[in-house]
Design a protein around this ligand. Structure first.
Ligand code: SF4
Length: 449
């Protein structure tokens, strides 16, 4: 058996024998072909444990990466010395499809005492589909498929815009800020979700989906801050950190009790932490105690819905929009801080829309609250997927500039939407891996041009 496949046992002493690397080193062979020396597969990439950090495992005697690499090197050296005749070592490289790199162990091949002969193979199409796509004239087809193929090929050369994501002008609408942010991560994704209104595929995983987990942790934070505020407990600073922790833990336990038992244990570790790691509550409260400025009021899950003035490159413009910001802290001195929680990573700086747009809307909507005018003083994502969870919007510029550029990005995206531009153009190719709409997306034409 090799990995998941079972093969008939070889008979006799000759012929080709297919073996995995572990079994092969016990054999005697004339010629040996080592296939699949790929990065991540040989040696196999170790999966990180979500419960036990590497530092803890090494203290318990678990093998360290360096030892695993040494063992893999020794194993490869055994295989290179197996044949009485010739040893062939192969790796592959794909173009366009996926980035595949050769194994780091290939360097060891250069160090052997065996004489080396480099060879390269350019493979032709290996499936009928690949033959059709790349060498259609070489494939003999019946009449009907042949007609479809000619039609398809004639369209590919004409390439009118309507086959490339342009739908024509659309009337201005009331925009959800998160949806426009989604447009920046991939226009077609916005089209599938907000124009076609296609539902996401249901998640049939046995654990909480990222979306449900995000909702859960947002609920815990909202309930805790509401309780802290109702108690008139004031700022969370270093002196009151323990008190805040205790209240947050009680709140979290109440919410954990509402989860199905199978999810509860995992979520408890993530939210409250364990001896091996800090939970998201502790990370949030530590950040909270580090923040400068006395909080006058915390607005939790604040909803915007209306017409707001945003500053574009061509001056101010009214836009109808809606959205919910996780938190707005009103600070002494008419300053406000906008906060958005992310269970994963913060959006790339060039795509962040929610913080700057909500900040600008908050200045307008809260004007006069507590008898004063409000101005954005800071804005940040609290992103638990990042090593440093506090990710400020103004990482490389001042906050006014960051808010102004965010508004311009938002208005530019709205213009594109109203022009009906929904090209398949993911901001990063890896987004297709996690996309909810791959079955309706013609991402095959990306890279044609
Ligand atoms: S599959 Fe990729 S290109 Fe297509 S909608 Fe999803 S993210 Fe965009």
């Amino acid at each position: 058996m090799i990995e998941g496949a079972t093969f008939a046992a070889p008979r006799g002493t000759g012929g080709v024998v297919l073996l995995d690397a572990g079994a092969a080193r016990y054999g005697v062979f004339d010629n040996v072909f080592l296939v699949g020396l790929l990065d991540g597969e040989w040696p196999e990439r170790r999966r990180q444990s979500s419960l036990y950090p590497a530092s803890l495992l090494s203290q318990l005697g678990w093998s360290r990466d360096i030892e695993r690499l040494r063992a893999a090197r020794a194993g490869l050296a055994d295989l290179l010395g197996l044949a009485t005749g010739r040893v062939s070592v192969s790796t592959v490289a794909f173009e366009d499809d996926a980035v595949v790199a050769g194994s780091a162990l290939l360097e060891d091949v250069a160090d052997t005492v065996l004489p080396l002969t480099p060879e390269s193979f350019l493979l032709g199409p290996v499936t009928a589909e690949a033959g059709l796509a790349e060498l259609p004239d070489a494939v003999t087809l019946p009449q009907e498929p042949l007609e479809w193929l000619s039609l398809r090929r004639s369209r590919a050369t004409v390439a009118p815009q309507r086959y490339r994501g342009a739908t024509g002008p659309r009337a201005p609408a009331r925009y959800a800020v998160s949806a426009v942010e989604r447009y920046l991560s991939g226009p077609f994704k916005y089209f599938a979700s907000s124009v076609l209104r296609l539902g996401e595929e249901p998640d049939d995983e046995l654990i909480l989906s990222p979306r449900t987990r995000g909702r859960f942790v947002h609920d815990v934070f909202r309930a805790f801050f509401a309780r802290w505020q109702e108690d008139g407990s004031g700022p969370i600073d270093v002196e009151r950190l323990e008190e805040a922790r205790a209240m947050a833990r009680v709140t979290a336990e109440e919410h954990l009790a509402t989860l199905p038992p199978r999810d509860r244990a995992v979520e408890r570790v993530w939210v409250l932490g364990s001896p091996a790691g800090t939970g998201v509550i502790d990370r949030l409260l530590t950040l909270e105690a580090d923040r400068p400025g006395r909080v006058v009021e915390r607005l939790l899950e604040y909803r915007f819905d209306g017409e707001y003035q945003l500053e574009g490159k061509e001056g101010p413009r009214s836009v109808r929009l809606r959205g919910i910001v996780d938190r707005i802290d009103l600070l002494e001195g008419g300053r406000l801080r906008v906060i958005d929680y992310k269970t994963g990573h913060a959006p790339a700086r060039g795509q962040a829309l929610q913080l700057p747009v909500y900040g600008r809307c908050a200045e307008q909507e809260l004007d006069g609250r507590h008898g004063t005018a409000w101005e954005v003083d800071s804005a940040a994502y609290v992103a638990f997927g990042e090593a440093r969870a506090w990710v400020p919007l103004d990482r490389r510029q001042d906050i006014a500039q960051a808010v102004s550029q965010g508004q311009q990005r938002f208005l530019a995206a709205v213009d594109e939407i109203e022009r009906g531009q929904f090209q398949v153009r993911p901001s990063e190719p890896y987004r297709c891996v996690y996309c909810e709409y791959p079955t309706v997306c013609r991402k095959d034409y990306v890279g044609d041009d």
